[in-house]
Design a protein around this ligand. Structure first.
Ligand code: ADP
Length: 652
């Protein structure tokens, strides 16, 4: 631009818009119109100063370099809406300007200055900004609206879907209710659903009706405690607690007496009161699920009872039990088992067998071998332990096998049969004695009969009566023996009855032993109150006295006198038979009244079955009396018995 300085100054100053002129590379302000001073917030003192001094806030901004670019290139620079921050009244404010930097040439065509012309477009820019912001907002709002619309559409869809779902849910609910009802009806256990607020039965299956023994009409739709009134006392409070607490109640093998089809029955039931809650968590119903376990409980009780009975029997019979494991060889015995062997707990089978009588050791081996086929063990062996009498033991056991037939274990019992064996022995002895005893009079009787047969042809009047007497005595002896045997078997079978009546005891004692007096071998002396009357079985008491007197004759043959004594003691009478015979050793005394007992076992000179005193003792005991003996070797024996005199004592 080639303009006269004056004209340029006039142009600049006359412009209503900010115009100024900077000079040289240092951009020194040469001219600035009032609009410029106003825009910058300065006065005319700034003229002649460098632009950077006037507007230090321009430091770092491109304006300086743009102006210098115009100076060097000579090309004008234009820009619109350039934001320029200027400090006004101490505050940095941003304005927008349309800028125009024009080069000014000197006369020599050299570019020496730049005319800067700025148009404030701040308001315009801000309006445009506002418009664009509003536009943006509108767009945003539009977008938002669109989103909302979409969301609404989606919600609508969802609502529709939810509606569908609800319909489906309702259908499923209905279905599940049907299923639930079917489940209840077909369940293999008793189910009853009771409404919580009025305890009305809303569902009930046949099993439940069976369990409580009621008709459907009296349970379905009825208050539960009207339907099953007999259980109300105990279970109504329980159900109430479940409703209040929401906690289920479980009962196992509850014993209940139910009125089943009109009659009371004791039953055992496993049942649960299950609370059914609604969506708000309140108990709306109680589901009773039960099962009748009476059979199970009764069978278990029966088994327990049986076990108890077996246990008692095992204890009473003093049976030892044991469990032998074939694989480990472990032997576990009961307390009684251990006691029987006296070798402590945990003893081995081998140790026990070591104590067997040498002749019996093989019996155990044999029995176990045999059991491989039969599954049963049975044997009896003698057991010897130092310092103790020999024992007879009986082993009875069952062997258990695995699937391959191998022996697993043996469960068994052991019994001390020493006493039984002794009795067995006594019986065997008795049989031989009885045969022997019978044989003697039978032989004599036979001989007498043979003599009599021979005499039939040629009767011998001297011998004849003697032979008859002999035969008769033999017959008496046989009768006596057979009577004893019969008496014992009657006692054994409990068939001995008493025929009691009042009789004179003294008279009976006089008469009963007439055979002894007649034989002349012994003198019988009767002492005491011979007029005493007693109430008893005369025949049986006679039998007792004869037995005692006969024994005195038999076992005290040298005692010339036998004393019979009657002593009255309050309501009893004591009768004793005393001899001056050899007496009886003290160790034999307690056994004299036992069956088959003979004090002189080896004695052959005196015959007897060892039954007489046993029979006497039984007769006296049946009368409610006592029998006993006092004796010392060399000082004779006194056998006695007591009897109640009157009728007061009941016979046994
Ligand atoms: P038995 O039939 O053998 O005589 P008892 O039961 O009558 O049987 O007697 C049992 C045993 O008591 C006899 O074997 C005998 O040894 C002994 N006894 C019984 N009475 C007497 C007595 N008066 N004096 C000595 N011993 C007697």
């Amino acid at each position: 631009m080639h303009l006269d300085k004056e004209i340029l100054a006039g142009l600049i100053e006359g412009s209503p818009y900010p115009m100024y002129l900077v000079l040289g590379d240092e951009l020194r302000l040469v001219l600035a119109n009032a609009a410029t001073l106003k825009a910058w917030g300065k006065d005319s003192s700034i003229i002649g100063k460098r632009l950077i001094e006037i507007l230090p806030e321009f430091a770092g901004k491109p304006f300086g370099s743009l102006m210098r670019g115009v100076l060097t290139s000579g090309e004008a620079y234009h820009a619109v809406s350039v934001p320029i921050s200027i400090e006004l009244e101490g505050q940095l404010k941003t304005f927008y300007y349309n800028l125009s930097y024009q080069p000014v040439k000197a006369a020599n065509n050299e570019i020496i200055s730049v005319v800067c012309h700025a148009t404030d477009v701040t308001q315009l820019v801000e309006s445009a900004d506002n418009i664009s912001r509003l536009g943006l907002e509108a767009v945003e709002n539009n977008e938002r609206l669109a989103t909302i619309n979409e969301a609404l559409a989606a919600t609508n869809e969802e609502l529709a879907a939810t509606n569908e779902e609800l319909t489906e849910s309702a259908r499923l609910l209905e279905l599940s209710e049907v299923r639930f009802r079917n489940l209840i009806l077909q369940a293999p256990f008793a189910i009853c659903v009771i409404r919580a607020n009025d305890l009305m039965v809303t569902e009930v299956n046949d099993r439940y009706l069976e369990l409580v023994g009621k008709k459907r009409s009296s349970v379905d739709g009825k208050p539960i405690w009207d339907a099953v009134a007999e259980a109300a006392e105990v279970y109504a409070p329980v159900m109430e607690r479940v409703i209040q607490s929401g906690q289920a109640f479980f009962a196992t093998e509850a014993e209940v007496v139910l009125i089943r089809n009109g009659s009371p029955e004791q039953v055992f039931i496993d049942f649960v009161y299950e609370p059914v809650t609604d969506l708000s968590g309140i108990v709306s119903a109680i589901m009773v699920v039960g099962i009748d376990v009476s059979d199970k409980v009764r069978s278990r009780h029966a088994i327990e009872e049986m076990e108890e009975r077996i246990r008692l029997a095992v204890e009473a019979a003093e049976i030892g039990t044991y469990d032998l494991n074939y694989k480990t060889g472990e032997l576990v015995g009961s307390t009684r088992f251990d006691e029987m062997f006296g070798l402590g707990h945990g003893v081995t089978r081998e140790t026990i067998i070591d104590h067997y009588h040498p002749d019996d050791v093989h019996l155990s081996v044999l029995a176990h071998e045999e059991a491989k086929n039969t599954g049963q063990i049975f044997y009896e062996a003698r057991y010897l332990r130092e310092g103790f009498p020999m024992k007879w033991l009986r082993f009875q056991a069952k062997v258990y096998f695995d699937a391959h037939g191998n022996r697993l274990r043996t469960l068994g019992t052991v019994m001390d049969i020493t006493a039984y064996k002794a009795l067995q022995q006594q019986k065997d002895d008795f049989i031989s004695i009885a045969s022997h005893e019978l044989k003697t009079p039978l032989t004599t009787l036979k001989a007498s009969l043979q003599l009599l047969v021979r005499m039939r042809e040629n009767p011998n009047t001297v011998l004849f009566p003697k032979v008859i007497d002999q035969a008769s005595r033999s017959m008496d002896k046989i009768t006596e023996l057979v009577d004893d045997l019969l008496n014992v078997s009657k006692i054994n079978q409990g068939h001995v009855g008493l025929k009691k009546d009042w009789f004179n005891l003294g008279e009976m004692l006089e008469k009963c032993c007439i055979h002894v007096r007649e034989s002349g071998s012994h003198d019988l002396i009767l002492e005491g109150d011979t007029s005493l009357m007693i109430f008893a079985d005369e025949h049986r008491i006679d039998q007792v006295v004869v037995n005692l007197v006969n024994n005195a004759v038999k076992y005290a043959p040298d005692s010339k006198v036998i004393f019979l004594e009657i002593e009255e003691q309050a309501d009893r009478v004591k009768v004793s038979v005393r001899d001056n015979g050899p007496g009886i050793p003290a160790d034999k005394l307690p056994h004299l009244f036992d069956r088959y007992f003979r004090a002189d076992e080896m004695g052959t000179q005196v015959s007897g079955l060892g039954l007489g005193l046993f029979i006497c003792a039984d007769i006296i005991k049946r009368h409610g009396g006592e029998i006993g003996v006092e004796s010392k070797p060399g000082e004779g024996s006194k056998f006695f018995f007591t009897l109640p005199i009157g009728e007061t004592v009941k016979e046994i």
